[in-house]
Design a protein around this ligand. Structure first.
Ligand code: NAP
Ligand code: 8YV
Length: 322
């Protein structure tokens, strides 16, 4: 049987690219600037796309791919794909849930502890040879007296909450729908939760609804011992409001793995010493990135071999809605 032509959008690890090549005839686009010319040449023959990082899949691109049936996303978050346009065209979008959940929860706990206990500054202090001249200052923060409010309690949020349970840290949560299967306090109103806790952990998708939901009002409600951890998407925080709250010590600190204009990071955030900043590495181990790549490939294989996707996103359900 001849191999299907699959468009490969953006950065993917060599192992994942190799896995794709074994199954499909691949057409790799590393930079969005190359896209238009390539699509004009081969767009008519493409039925599947594998989406790596940093190249969006919008309505205009779909129009250049009239036979496109499936977009398999590398990552559980798929904010770079216009799922409304996909659904209208009957294009299935898949993502990579579950296989990264525990890794991202581990990273979140690491980032939380780094931020609360000021650990990166302690490491810098030692490496700068300052220890012999005196002990590193005690941290203002401790996990012993913290109350965490989760914004998002889905697959990853729950894995984070389980880790906090083990540490004896009380957990509350804000989502649109309360869960029946958890013992945590539910807050339908985010501002009310921010008043009741001192630590927010953001693990919601980046959508029109979540954009800017952590704003000046929420940060003020958190108070001067407040700590914000963002592992969801950069757009969920109103960044100028966060910078202002950190500068004025309206809150204590922030630990961020995601940013609104990645891989660019605001110079203002970089200049502050009450931030801990990571380059979007929540799922970034070889083990987990390989598992994500494999699930992306498996979705394409299952679609072209068996006529069904393995992990379609909610906006493009399978079987399709009548
Ligand atoms: P999930 O299982 O779908 O959970 C999403 C959670 O967000 C649910 O609890 C959902 O509850 C809540 N939510 C969605 N929209 C909301 C809104 N408007 N207001 C309040 N809550 C809302 O997804 P997941 O697998 O846990 O992944 C979550 C996100 O983490 C991904 O979409 C991605 O953006 C991010 N992520 C980041 C990294 C990283 O490397 N930093 C890695 C993986 C994932 P309701 O539906 O009840 O509102
Ligand atoms: C990935 C992520 O690194 O899965 C997600 O939503 O944010 C990360 O696991 C990213 O999607 C790959 O670009």
């Amino acid at each position: 049987m001849s191999k299907q032509d699959v468009l490969v959008l953006g950065g993917l690890r060599a192992e994942t690219l190799e896995g794709l090549k074994q199954q499909f005839t691949t057409h790799l686009v590393k930079d969005a600037k190359e896209l238009s010319a390539l699509l004009a040449r081969i767009g008519n023959g493409i039925r599947g796309a594998a989406r790596g990082t940093h190249i969006g899949v919008d309505r205009a691109m779909m129009e250049q791919l009239p036979k496109l049936e499936i977009v398999a996303n590398f990552g559980v978050g798929y904010d770079g794909i216009d799922t409304k346009a996909a659904a209208e065209r009957g294009i299935i979008v898949t993502n990579t849930p579950d296989v990264l959940t525990e890794e991202v929860a581990d990273t979140t706990l690491g980032l939380l502890l780094m931020t609360v206990r000021d650990l990166p500054a302690g490491e810098r202090y030692l490496r700068a040879g300052k220890w012999p001249s005196g002990d590193f200052p005690l941290s203002k923060g401790s996990m012993r007296d913290r109350k965490v409010g989760m914004i998002g309690l889905g697959r990853i949020g729950l894995a984070i909450a389980r880790r906090l349970d083990a540490m004896g840290v009380p957990v509350s949560y804000h989502t649109r729908n309360p869960r029946k299967d958890v013992p945590y306090n539910y807050y339908p109103d985010l501002a009310a939760m921010a008043e009741a806790v001192d630590t927010l952990i953001i693990i919601v998708p980046g959508t029109a609804e979540t954009k800017g939901m952590v704003n000046a009002k929420i940060l003020k409600a958190l108070g001067p011992t407040g700590i914000v951890i963002n592992v969801g998407r950069g757009v969920v925080i109103d960044e100028p409001a966060l910078v202002e709250a950190l500068k004025s010590h309206t809150i204590q600190a922030a630990g961020l793995d995601v940013f609104p204009h990645e891989p660019q990071v605001s110079p203002e955030l970089l200049a502050l010493d009450n931030t801990v900043l990571l380059p979007h590495l929540g799922s970034g181990s070889v083990f987990t990135r390989n598992a994500m790549g494999q699930l992306m490939i498996d979705n394409l294989v299952s679609w072209f071999r068996d006529g069904k996707p393995l992990t379609p996103v909610v906006e493009t359900p399978w079987p399709r809605k009548a």
